[in-house]
Design a binder for this molecule. Structure first.
Ligand code: NAD
Length: 401
């Protein structure tokens, strides 16, 4: 599990011993059974998990993941990541997450809407009290957040809404924007190179992967490989990113749109490229395949794509890993801007959203890279240490420690 490991942050930062008891146990774990009648008139059952890991710094924040294999353990792991992510980039939220155990490819739009309305009925009090603020994650998007808003009628109860429905211009692109910014900073600091001199391979061409590709392409980087769940496409000369974006928006696979040779998702991870960005699902880089990674820099667009065993192999091989809690924090930063906008009624444009993302990620990157260099630690361990210290301070302020 990609959760904070006590022994890896010892020596990097001083923490009260009791803090770990809070870190190792989620504050609240809810498991519910959802039943709806699908559009084909069949009764559909799904387990729903909602976990709050730590809310000392603010309400639980984290997306809703819909997938056939989500579990309470995975939801708890992702909620914990949100605790560290929000603390590291200093937005006033705690760590939360939802999992809906359903195959999104097996339900139609009408059924999905019904599932989401029933989800609100199950966790309604958490949402209307402001205790938990959901957002999109894998297989949920702005339209789904609009359904949730339609049930609660409270603009700040959910983020990632469409811009015309209380959402934020720039939220859709936000996580990809942050991934591109983190990549640019890491390339400059650790490789001494500008994005225009880079080749990049990206696994996953959904919300995060496609927008990261578009921003990096805009910075002059050569995107040499991308993939989706059906496999990928590779061209050493660089892929046509605008055409891939068009295809993804039209629901076409990257294999049919990209001009290059086909590669599998496993092969993509081992391609020749300066930067590898896993932006699909978790635990894809493992102790078994990490030795094959040829990139010098691995930027985690996805949550928890690298297992602890893989971390050890990559560190040994001199691959710098920019961890998820830093690299993909653009989404939660934009969520914070959307939540603030909903509460104040102010108007915000995409340029302002990008400015806040770039500023908070640049600030956090500087602190993490500084500790990494000072202590000879990995960026993941340095990020965990700084985030854990921030959460421990908040717990002390609340009298929990
Ligand atoms: P998405 O559903 O929009 O896209 C996922 C992409 O990955 C698609 O191209 C899909 O075909 C591909 N994919 C799915 N399963 C795969 C598999 N087993 N192997 C290879 N490819 C696979 O999801 P997203 O919102 O882009 O999220 C991607 C990752 O980024 C997740 O780990 C998510 O938790 C994380 N993340 C998302 C956000 C956000 O704002 N959307 C923020 C932070 C982190």
């Amino acid at each position: 599990m990609a959760v904070l490991q006590r022994e890896r942050i010892e020596g990097l930062i001083d923490l009260p011993r009791e803090a770990h008891a809070f870190f190792e146990t989620p504050e609240k774990q809810m498991q519910m059974h959802l039943t709806v009648r699908a559009s084909n008139n069949e009764v559909l059952h799904a387990e729903v998990y909602v976990v709050y890991h730590n809310t000392s710094r603010g309400p639980a924040k984290g997306g809703i993941r819909m997938a056939p294999n989500v579990s309470l353990a995975e939801t708890a792991e992702l909620a914990e990541l949100m605790t560290w992510k929000t603390a590291l980039v200093t937005v006033p939220f705690g760590g939360g997450k939802s999992g809906v155990c359903l195959d999104p490819l097996k339900i139609d739009r009408v059924t999905k809407d019904t599932v989401l309305r029933e989800y609100v009925h199950l966790v309604g009090l958490e949402l209307t009290s402001g205790a938990y603020i959901p957002a999109p994650d894998m297989a949920t998007g702005p339209r789904d957040m609009a359904i949730i808003f339609g049930e609660t009628h409270i603009p700040e109860s959910v983020t990632g809404k469409p811009p015309r429905v209380g959402g934020l211009p720039g939220r859709r692109e936000a996580t990809g924007r942050g991934v591109a910014t983190a990549t640019q900073l890491a390339c400059k600091r650790f490789l001494g190179r500008a994005p225009g001199e880079l080749t990049v391979a990206i696994q996953g061409f959904g919300n995060v992967g496609s927008h990261a590709a578009a921003f990096l392409h805009g910075m002059g980087a050569r995107i040499v490989a991308v993939s989706d769940i059906d496999g990928g496409v590779h061209s050493g000369d660089g892929l046509d990113v605008p055409e891939l974006m068009r295809a993804a928006a039209a629901g076409e696979g990257v294999r049919s749109a990209g001009k290059g040779e086909e590669v599998s998702n496993a092969e993509l991870l081992a391609l020749e490229a300066d930067v590898l960005i896993p932006a699909a699902t978790g635990h894809v880089i493992t102790g078994e395949n990490a030795g094959g990674v040829k990139a010098r820099l691995l930027v985690e667009g996805a949550n928890a794509p690298t297992t602890p065993e893989a971390d050890g192999v990559l560190a040994g091989a001199g691959v710098t890993v920019v961890p998820d809690i830093l690299a993909n924090a653009g989404g939660v930063i934009a969520s914070y801007v959307e939540w603030r906008k909903a509460k104040s009624g102010s108007l915000t444009d995409a340029a302002e959203t990008y400015e806040v993302i770039d500023s908070l990620i640049t600030n956090a990157f500087g602190r993490v890279a500084g500790l990494t260099e000072e202590k000879g630690a990995t960026m993941r361990d340095a990020g965990w240490a700084l985030a854990a210290a921030e959460v421990a301070e908040a717990m002390a302020d609340r009298g929990w420690l």
